[in-house]
Design a protein around this ligand. Structure first.
Ligand SMILES: [Zn+2]
Length: 143
């Protein structure tokens, strides 16, 4: 058995069809026994561009899917940011300093802090036993 991807030249339908062999395909074609599943046209031929064509479709689909995924992640981050903004104090670039003063001076705080820190800062804070973590942050118009 052999599967051919067939293209209808009349209505552009692309469909798969099974044949016993390529010879059988030729025979059926000659006898005009191969016709379009949709419009019945006999102007059907092997679709040699099939793999490329299929790839094109699936990559477009992937693009759309990853865009939706990205949008979803972005929304989650926005929610996260909203939560942090209302529950944490923003300390900006002083994050490492503030985190240390809370940790070492037992500074009483009713809110956590957030701000910007370098990867090096975070690593050092972690080594000092200070719980700081990196979260993804996206800029929005309100920032
Ligand atoms: Zn057709």
């Amino acid at each position: 058995m052999i599967k051919y991807n067939l293209l209808c030249n009349k209505c552009d339908l692309i469909f798969d069809s099974w044949f016993a062999s390529s010879k059988e395909y030729d025979k059926l074609k000659k006898k005009k026994l191969i016709n379009c599943h949709s419009c019945g046209s006999l102007k059907v031929e092997k679709n040699l561009m099939a793999p490329k064509f299929v790839n094109k479709i699936s990559s477009k689909k992937n693009e759309k899917m990853s865009l939706q995924k990205y949008q979803k992640i972005k929304e989650t981050i926005y929610e996260y940011q909203k939560f942090i903004k209302s529950n944490f104090n923003y300390v900006g670039e002083n994050f490492a300093y503030e985190a240390r003063s809370i940790h070492y001076d037992n500074k009483k705080i009713d809110k956590g802090i957030y701000g910007t820190a370098s990867k090096k800062d975070l690593k050092e804070l972690k080594e000092e036993g200070i719980d700081a973590r990196m979260i993804p942050w996206v800029k929005n118009e309100n920032n």
